[in-house]
Design a protein around this ligand. Structure first.
Ligand SMILES: [Fe+2]
Length: 429
């Protein structure tokens, strides 16, 4: 059914049938399509068109979010009864209810506290991996305490810890990746309203442990800078199964944790591994895990590639047909922002800026830190601009790739502009 709506009402996932007005001469806009790119949504809203004709039947927004939430509660109902708190004899589902959510605060207010949490969490994850290599199991209480700390940080500010974890080096990757995926899972779980805070916590545990099977992969393969051989790639593909066995042997009873560990590399089109599951055969929590896992992987520096910009990563992920559940991916984008904190953007005033703080009421109008003239003047005085303020006449016109502007060395420049001291994260300097 076709419906005419105002540009402000258009959401990611809407099927665009037609656009009123003549401003859009770009060929892209002449076709009918699902609006999937946050930058296109921002451009549409900033365009001044009066109305957009959407096809509700072909849209994958809201109407499909509800079934997702329903399937979440169905999945949640499959979670076995919570086991009693363990005394360290295996990773069991948590039993004590998590504390109430704390008050929210800004990235700047959270970042120092988040750094301490990242460092503590990293040490626990390193210990967990080395114990797992020896066939031992980490104490449940320590895992839960790490997840609760990460979860509280994300509740105070959804961006601080994840942005900070992007400072990880290739050497740190496996450990801090676990911490970042835990944070992203918690944040996405709250966005999707999958269930109560006990389930959110369980998904945090799943994020922290999803790659535990990597202990079975030789370090020279894990950290290889060149292309993996067929044999090495086959070895890599064994880590979900290995992790799943390891967790079962350790006494893990949570089906959520086990499923995310085993199936976070499955793809919607059935071309993932280890079981080549497709569509709904992949559980909701594993589909969530796949998105959080890939997002942190591509925004991190790896042994074989530099980190991608956060906003650019989302745009690329949206274009990977058959990889992710599109409805969950859209929810993920809402959970971290259309322009995630740290994204390089160009403003209508022809200046480059980094996204500093999300505006929950309008994700297309964050607080940005302006630092560079796109008109050729290069560096300009650093200035923070709240794009949602009524006194500011400026807006984001595009995401930009740092390499297109020769902003090198980008990682150091980015950290300095974001006010993130690399020394905050152990080993990231
Ligand atoms: Fe993995």
């Amino acid at each position: 059914m076709l419906k005419r709506i105002a540009p402000d009402e258009v959401r990611l996932g809407h099927f665009i049938h037609a656009i009123d007005g003549s401003w859009l001469s770009h060929p892209f806009w002449k076709t009918k399509f699902v609006l999937a790119d946050p930058a296109d949504l921002a451009a549409l809203r900033a365009s001044g068109v009066e109305a957009v004709l959407i096809d509700e039947a072909r849209s994958v927004v809201e109407t499909e979010m509800r079934p997702a939430a329903t399937s979440a509660s169905q999945d949640a109902s499959r979670v076995p009864k919570q086991a009693p708190a363990s005394s360290g004899d295996g990773l069991r589902a948590p039993s004590v209810a998590p504390a109430p959510l704390p008050q929210s605060c800004s990235v700047a207010e959270e970042v120092a506290r988040a750094a301490q949490i990242v460092n503590r969490s990293k040490r626990v994850v390193m210990q967990m991996f080395s114990q797992a290599r020896l066939g031992k199991v980490v104490e449940t209480a320590r895992v839960l305490s790490v997840v609760d700390e990460i979860s509280s940080s994300v509740a105070r500010n959804s961006s601080a810890l994840v942005t900070l974890a992007r400072l990880k080096t290739a050497d740190d990757y496996t450990y801090l990746h676990s911490v970042a995926v835990c944070a992203l899972m918690v944040n996405l779980a709250r966005q999707l309203r999958v269930g109560d805070e006990s389930l959110v916590r369980e998904l945090g545990v799943a994020g922290l442990l999803h790659d535990i099977g990597k202990v079975g992969i030789p370090r020279q393969v894990l950290n290889k800078t060149g292309r993996l051989s067929d044999e090495e790639f086959a070895l890599m593909r064994e880590h979900p199964g290995h992790g799943h066995r390891l967790l079962r042997e350790a006494g893990t009873e949570s089906e959520v944790v086990l499923d995310v560990c085993l199936h976070h590399h499955e793809r919607i089109d059935g071309r993932g591994y280890p079981d080549r599951l497709s569509g709904d055969a992949i559980g909701l929590f594993a589909r969530m895990g796949a998105i959080c896992d890939v997002y942190d992987a591509v925004t991190s520096e790896r042994a074989y590639k530099t980190a991608w910009d956060a906003g650019d990563s989302l745009a690329r992920m949206l274009k990977w047909e058959g990889h992710f559940d599109p409805t969950i991916l859209h929810a993920f984008i809402r959970s971290i922002g259309v322009y995630p904190v740290g994204t390089l953007v160009r403003l209508r005033s022809d200046r480059l800026a980094l996204v500093l703080e999300l505006n929950p009421d309008d994700l297309t109008r964050p607080v940005v830190r302006v630092f560079h003239s796109a008109a050729g003047a290069g560096r300009i005085p650093v200035q923070d601009v709240d794009l949602a303020s009524s006194s500011v006449d400026d807006s984001i016109v595009s995401r930009e790739r740092p390499r297109d502007w020769k902003l090198v060395p980008w990682k150091a420049r980015w950290s300095a502009l974001m006010g993130l001291d690399p020394d905050l994260v152990d080993g990231a300097a």
